[in-house]
Design a protein around this ligand. Structure first.
Ligand code: ZN
Length: 328
């Protein structure tokens, strides 16, 4: 439970199990929940400010154990979720882009709806997506936000009909973006400061550079999956004319060089997680073995602060996933 912002750790607390769901809602028994860089940013006070106290966790996977009268077909199914709930009536909502709804209602585990760092989680049935049997729950958890973000980033990159794409950051989003581009037949190269994550991407067969300037540009698109302000100017330099700079992780960039952006007519594209179709697409590709998934390190729910500390000190090569204990 998040009790204050900023904070270095989450509190362990007993809270009531979610009440019997209303007709269109379900209760999920959580089997796995990924940790995202956004969680760390929220705790630092650099991102969303949910009403406190709040339960974080926006990459949940689990089994539906209770369902409202209009959602009973979900009972017993293993599911994950799309994160955003919109007003349900605007053009963005009707197109499956609830995350862009101007009247967005909630982002599960981020604001206005408690998340998956818990044994049980209540969500709207409209958010549910069934998980194929060939994926474990921790594997599916690695896809909920990180995978949807990679899928959205690569979809935007593909609109540019790129021959070569440079990915900044070889964490879960970067690696999955590289896998998706490879599946599209597009050459992907990566940059990564940490030697451990560089070694992982090299093991997967990718060319990885420590510095952006070392990558042999120009590239048609750059996917920035670092969340760091330090890479923007060098990332734009690596682009060719009319290149696309795709912001999969966001940060404030105090010294952004827009002269370089103008000289090459670069377009900058923001990415906010992904659509339902982005999530479904990457879940299906992973389930059928067409893309590889990052290594997964799991921690029990009670040790979530150890997991957060491991992420903060960059000791996690792949994806960090929380696994609550068995049902009581
Ligand atoms: Zn809407």
């Amino acid at each position: 439970m998040l009790r204050q912002i900023p904070t270095a750790s989450l509190a362990l607390a007993e809270v009531p199990r979610p009440a019997a769901p209303s007709p269109d809602d379900v209760v999920i028994r959580v089997e796995a929940c990924g940790i995202c860089g956004t969680d760390l940013h929220i705790m630092q006070g650099l991102s969303y400010r949910p009403e406190l106290p709040f339960v974080l966790g926006h990459e949940p996977v689990g089994t539906v154990v209770e369902a409202g009268s209009r959602a009973s077909e979900w009972l017993g199914k293993r599911v994950t979720i799309t994160l955003f709930t919109g007003d349900g009536t605007c053009p963005e909502c009707l197109a499956g882009n609830e995350r862009l709804c101007p009247n967005v209602v909630s982002d599960t585990g981020v604001f206005n709806a408690w998340g998956g760092y818990a044994d049980y989680l209540a969500v709207h049935a409209a958010q549910l997506l069934e998980v194929p049997d060939s994926l474990t729950s921790p594997q599916a958890a690695s896809l909920v936000d990180a995978g949807a973000t990679a899928a959205n980033s690569v979809r935007v990159a593909m609109e540019r009909e790129p021959r070569r794409v440079l990915i900044l950051g070889a964490g879960p989003i970067g690696l999955m973006s590289a896998e998706l581009l490879t599946a599209h037949g597009v050459e992907a190269q990566l940059t990564q400061r940490s030697a451990r994550r560089r070694a992982t991407a090299q093991r997967w067969g990718y060319q990885v550079f420590e510095q952006i300037a070392q990558a042999p540009g120009p590239f048609d698109a750059v996917i920035d999956a670092t969340g760091s302000p330090a890479v923007f100017n060098d990332g734009v330099k690596a682009l060719g004319p009319r290149g696309r700079y795709i912001l999969a992780g966001y940060a404030q960039v105090p010294n952004a060089d827009f002269a370089e952006v103008s000289h090459k007519e670069v377009s900058i594209w923001g990415i906010r997680s992904g659509s339902r179709d982005d999530l479904r697409g990457i879940v299906d590709l992973a389930a059928s073995g067409q893309i590889r998934l990052p290594e997964i390190d799991t921690w029990p729910l009670e040790q979530i602060n150890d997991a957060i500390e491991a992420l903060r000190s960059r000791r996690v090569d792949g994806k960090a996933v929380i696994v609550p204990g068995p049902a009581e």
